[in-house]
Design a protein around this ligand. Sequence first.
Ligand code: NAP
Length: 342
Amino acid sequence: MAPATNGRVIFNEVPEGFPEPGKTLVYDESEKIDADTVSLDGGFLVKTLDLSVDPYMRGRMRNPEVKSYSAAYTLGQPITGFGVGVVVRSESSEVKVGDHVYGLLKYQQYDVYKSTEGLRILDNKHNLPWSYFVGVAGMPGQTAYMAWKEYSSAKAGEVAFVSGGAGPVGSFVIQLAKAQGLKVIASAGSEEKVEFMKSLGADVAFNYKTTNTLETLQAHGPIDVFWDNVGGETLEAALTAANVHARFIECGMISGYNSTPPPIRNLMQVVAKSISIFGFIVSRLFHKYLEAFYEEVPKLVSEGKLKYKEQIYDGLDKAGQAVLEVQQGKNWGKAVVRVAKE
Ligand code: NAP
């Protein structure tokens, strides 16, 4: 076969505010690959199928001197993200042609791997779409499942508040809380998202852009468990509306990812109400929950017991736009870049 374009998404510039398609991230077609002859050197060739676009990726678009829990992207190199690919050639005893792998993949159409370190060979016994393994059956699903189990100490009859409730993490949390008999309040940024959260079982769902968060929480609280995807003013409101002995699960603070985060002015509520705050990074919970997650969650999804919504961006050249739209909240459902069909 003649060499084909191996499209890549390059980290081109550290953004000041929102990541700009074509400036922060640039789609590049300069690299060619001959999938039939490229040297594998004992490894295997993966064709990328679906890539996850996640909020945390904004934090990787930084000056590498700034330390954080995840490595900074390298200027001039392809970005990485969670993805699913299919093995199209293999000289490795670890994988065979047709196996599907999941892990941190480069944002490029093809890549050669030396080993399966950091990759999981997927067992799709419930026949889910492969893209689900970057969403409800991948990192965002793991986040909701593991941290809710670890930190919520939820009891039937309590009140949970889920911010960012229409995304892959929040929508999963709403369903976990309802399944345990909690009353659920959930917020998101559009009327369509509000309807979606209601369809998942949220008892009170509201648009934080048009409805006052604090007044809503005070009317329907006090809050026993707060799942926070947003931070900022929403976190302040939740602190004010919290019950004594509330648990705050600090999953993310996207309101501050593209601008200087506003200060939280009422942290004294933590003292006054004996609030427990749990910050976490999902990979630090893998040792405890990962195998149970893969046993339980794909099955629940295949049986229709766990609802899930994704938004597909068709083509790797759409990655820059997808990354921006997740930060802006224009995505609705788990944002996935479809690089190729099988
Ligand atoms: P997502 O919902 O698909 O996308 C992010 C959403 O955040 C946007 O759609 C937008 O929805 C909302 N948003 C953006 N700016 C906002 C603002 N200023 N105020 C309020 N909402 C805003 O994302 P996800 O994958 O489910 O992730 C949700 C959160 O979990 C993120 O904070 C992420 O960083 C965090 N996370 C943490 C871990 C961990 O290990 N701790 C792992 C995965 C994810 P609206 O239309 O509602 O504004």
